[in-house]
Unconditional design. Structure first.
Length: 120
């Protein structure tokens, strides 16, 4: 199964300053070569940039992620990074799993849900 193409990325995270869970969405272009897959977000109005590097093992994708937040946004251009593990659906149209990474004060490790849906 080849993951190359355009995907919608949605992940949840806890914002201590907002006191609630939030969701972030990006459009991501994946390119796969063998068992290696890289993803880059498409530029949009949020100015937040997301990149991913995944290694595929059958229906499991494991890797790293990095996000450069919008300079004009709540996190003022901060850079966050961490690890991700996803299960790829049998039809290759969905990936669901979890991410792990540090919070904005770098005082706690957070986890959250992350999903990708292939765009038509």
């Amino acid at each position: 199964m080849n993951l190359s193409g355009r995907w919608t990325s949605r992940y949840t995270y806890l914002s201590s300053s907002h006191g609630q869970g939030l969701e972030s969405e990006h459009s991501v272009i994946f390119e796969q070569r063998g068992t290696q897959c890289t993803g880059q977000s498409v530029e949009d109005q949020t100015e937040s940039r997301l990149s991913l590097g995944l290694t595929l093992d059958q229906n499991i994708a494991t890797g790293i992620w990095e996000e450069h937040t919008s300079p004009a946004g709540h996190y003022h251009g901060a850079v966050f990074h961490g690890a991700i593990q996803l299960i790829i659906s049998e039809d290759g149209r969905h990936m669901t799993g979890q991410w792990v990474g540090f919070n904005s004060s770098r005082s706690r490790i957070n986890i959250g849900q992350w999903s990708f849906t292939r765009q038509s």
